[in-house]
Design a protein around this ligand. Structure first.
Ligand code: URA
Length: 150
């Protein structure tokens, strides 16, 4: 199982680990409180290797420059399931332009993997009321993985 985010932030750059800042705490909650797994049970990675200037969204050329690392990681891990966190992860992994609102809420078959897209945790920090949609999505993923859903 892989969680796929956008790019490291300042905390991630400092520690050299993905999702260790405030957004990361939400990812940890999804994994541990929601899915009843441990962070060590899943692999967490990003589309980009480093944060674009001023935290802007990655340009296509930047995502393309990092793609070989993403593909190499996936080739090594061979995850059965990928959870795309946010638009950048979903659009870049799947190679589509669709909005996250239309990609979320269902399992998508992609290159032999089952993919679930949901909102980015940074969006949830700004819009806590959207947490219920993420939980709905995660329950779809858990059911697909054969994990017990409350
Ligand atoms: N931290 C990450 O590692 N990825 C994100 O997308 C956001 C914060």
């Amino acid at each position: 199982m892989v969680f796929l985010g956008e790019a490291p932030g300042a905390d991630e750059d400092e520690q050299g680990k993905p999702f260790v800042g405030r957004s990361g705490q939400l990812v940890t909650d999804i994994i541990t409180k929601g899915m009843k797994l441990r962070r060590e049970d899943v692999y967490i990675m990003n589309i980009l290797r480093c944060r674009p200037p001023q935290n802007r969204n990655p340009l296509p050329v930047e995502a393309a420059a990092c793609r070989e690392y993403l593909d190499a990681q996936l080739a090594i891990i061979q995850p059965k399931f990928i959870c795309c966190l946010g638009t950048v992860a979903a659009q870049n992994l799947l190679g589509v332009d669709a909005a996250i609102g239309t990609l979320r809420g269902r399992m998508i078959d992609f290159e032999g993997k089952r993919v679930l897209c949901t909102y980015h945790p940074a969006y949830l920090l700004r819009n806590p009321s959207a947490k219920r949609y993420v939980w709905d999505d995660i329950k779809i993923l858990m059911a697909d993985m054969g994990l017990p859903v409350e």
